[in-house]
Design a binder for this molecule. Sequence first.
Ligand code: ADP
Ligand code: ZN
Length: 719
Amino acid sequence: MKGIVTPHQILTSVFGYPAFRHNQEAIIEQLLQGKDAVVLMPTGGGKSLCYQVPALCLPGVTIVVSPLIALMKDQVDALVLSGVKAAFLNSTQSSGEQSLILQQLRRNELKLLYVAPERLVGGEIPFLHFLREIPLSLFAIDEAHCISQWGHDFRPEYRVLSQLKEVFPNIPVIALTATADSLTKDDIIRQLQITNYHVFENSFNRPNISYYIKPKKGYYDALLEYLEAHQEDSGIIYCLSRNATEKLAGDLLADGYSAAAYHAGLEKNLRDERQDLFLRDDIKIMVATIAFGMGINKSNVRFVVHADLPKNIEGYYQETGRAGRDGLPSEAILFFGAGDVMKLRGFAQVENNPEQTTILLKKLDQMVRLCETKGCRRKYLLNYFGEEAPGYCGSCDTCLHKPELQDCTVIAQKILSAVYRIKQGFGARYMIDILKGSNSEKIREEHKSLSVYGIGKDRPKEEWMHYTKELLQYHYLKQSANEFPVLQLTEKSQNVLFKGEKVFLTAPVQITIAKEPVIYQKHAYEKPLFEELKKLRNRIAHEENVPAYLIFSDSSLLDLATYLPVAQDDLPNISGFGAYKIEKYGRPFLELIQDYCQENQLGSKMNIKHPKKAKRASATRAGASDTKKVSYNMYRAGNTIAEIAESRQLAHTTIETHLSYFVSTGEIGIHEFVPADKQELIERAIAKYGRLGMKQLKDNLPEEISYGEIRMVAALAGS
Ligand code: ADP
Ligand code: ZN
């Protein structure tokens, strides 16, 4: 059944966002029509809203199945902070806590319930059977690839979900995942037995993440330089080994950074504690093995650094994807060195399994190629995942620092001649030693008298290496495939050596990373105010004992520091400021901005902000006052009248009056408050006595009909 309230109203009033992203709106529409949806969306794409919004449009409860307990709590905390009735059910809770939630479910007091898959199977009565007694709106299956053995994270408990459609043929199902491959996708559809569905696929591109790959040599200084410029930011640094995380975290601490190590070898308590501190921004930098990150929903991770080479592109993309979930510009930086390749080649050897070894080596090789490509990194990544992409993205190191081709004919001639003179029998290092005129013992006596010996003294070794690689890249040279690769000439090099053909190569460049965090370049914003706003938010978060980004994301605060809202009415136009949060937290933020503007003699810039698109129902626009709207939004978020009265410290009848206004405009269906049979009785009484004499109406109606119910029907009659 489709509620009267529109998804867009929920989006703006509860979540405080101006517009849907990607295909969120189409997905929600599909579900509201009672049909099923399979959603493939990258991390940070906004999967949760695809079921959270319909959950609030529909009358019953939405069951969300999620395998990640940490994530569950986070999501529920976030919803509760927006005034939505949500809870979770998993094995970490006592049986008392669990039965309390079951009671709330029976009374239809929850809009969303997050359940761990094992909870679906276990228990005295199977949970699915219990759910038959509850008014359900929707099933959302998060991390839906877990149902498939083809996926990378198969969970046998998920198999119970195959029964969903048998037990609840009429309840729509939405399956969500960030794993794209088509085998898994088809298997999800088959396992869930959905037939009336649509698959919603999204690009895997993460436009707000910039990709940088830098040389690993001397990387610690480069890292410090980067961190120095990003002191306020939170990030993850991935290392290959446990020891490496401990060492790097120690070094960073010693250099004055707020860092901690995280790996599977630490005690669970310590791990949980550090994760928590990181979520709360009390630790800024987590130096971790890949054990860290699964189920981390922290939206303001500004950078992900790989201090060591990842084993494959899948891992790299998943890890870098943890940056910038809030949509703000973020950075992925990888320090690439040849030593890591050797090490990982060793790890890829699976004993007695040559096929597996071949697969792992191939994946490693593709990872290395990403690091060595001269083309756009983003294009390489998207192509890897089977997506088309333009050759220039403008936000990766190769696009940003595309060096120009220069006439390098003389340099090329020197290198190619050397290769020719040493009879194509030696590797790059040896050839460069010849060019440099090295006195090393390794150099054979007969080579010291060659005409090319010492003709390259004018350039450092690194430059010769760079040009040699360039010649390899452009096929003027090739490398033999044996254990000790030697340089060999090609047809192209013959033309250079013997026909005087010109050669154009790129000069070596020092890749530098933008020093100012990119987020600050887009907006002209008040930096000191931004910092103050963050402090205020963090203080509130500490008081409420939740991660700061759940109160307001950095992007919301940036909006404040940019547009300087100074009136209560401005706040709904700030991203992330839903009605409930405005009511609860709006004031101190406004006061801070007001003070700041006064001190600095600044005016509000709300007029230049594109207002949140106000596609609201006409009645709301026509002037429901703010206080009515707050009650309305809280009601829509699943609160009862009594709860709204309690939380707003207003009389029960006041809330009823607020809501009856929306009954009169048609935004709330009368049936939501008054059963049809009672409605009929009340209407008859109104026809007889008129709608203004409340007491008279009450006296002439059956005892069990309340004043509230009469008021609602009267409101409708009067509209
Ligand atoms: P996913 O589950 O796909 O990784 P989330 O659902 O956690 O992503 O969403 C990532 C972030 O984007 C969250 O902070 C969420 O509030 C925000 N978000 C989602 N949809 C929108 C939207 N339409 N407008 C603004 N922010 C959004
Ligand atoms: Zn690019």
